[in-house]
Design a protein around this ligand. Sequence first.
Ligand SMILES: [Zn+2]
Length: 282
Amino acid sequence: MEQEIPQADFALVGGSGTLSSNFPVNSVSRDVKILSDNLYFTTPYGRSPAFRLFSVGEKRVLTCRMHGWRSGVTRADASRQVFWTFREAGVKRILSEGGVGTVNPLLDPRDFLIPDDYLDFSVRKDVMLDGRYLLIMRDALCPELRETLIAATKRRFTGRVFTRGIYAVTDGRHFESPAEIAMMRGQADIVGQSIVPEVYLAREIGACYAGLYFVVNYGEGLRREWSHETMKDIFYQDAPMIGEIILDAIRSIDARGTHCACRELRKETLLKDVYDSISAKG
Ligand SMILES: [Zn+2]
């Protein structure tokens, strides 16, 4: 059944870390409540994926699993359904998480990284909502949310936490070839499939966006062959901790940024005037 979109200031775009823990159902935190589940909405881009609404203290958080990806729906449409819903819900601050591969040879599985920039190697069609805005991609990953994620990760995790780095985005679903990893080396630190188009759509709706990423495999040809078993272990063993880090971060942030400029980094597009003047000249 289709539902009314509830209001929420916060959102989590769930990735592989929170998937296996059915986040936040299995959380041990007492201030976490599931408010409603299996919410489906009608969007201009098709029926949305299932959303869950929960609260952390007084804060209301909307979340969906695995970026809304599902079979029979293009990833572009899935992303539009998710971010259109966030806009209607009034979401202002969005967190994400996910497993990534390495490009920087100094990284190992189970390292955490909170990137401060990205490189878009996707062959995406132009994924946007209504295209009213020119999107300035300076500080695409909100500095304030990043600071909060870094602090929350260091409180819960005693291993290595990298406080900056570049996330290279590829389309997937396949992983990258050794030649692709070699090409990215020196340009990026980690590689994955899920920070784009999310950063563009977050900026378009005027929301902050940042993500917590954990290394699950070595980039192909970089160090040694990685094992699928290790990757699975990381997903299942570390998922509860990743969920608790996200909840800690939500507890620490306000609905609106006090020292980030995310909302000012979208401007009304000038193209409308350009098109109007061309047609006026006939
Ligand atoms: Zn921000």
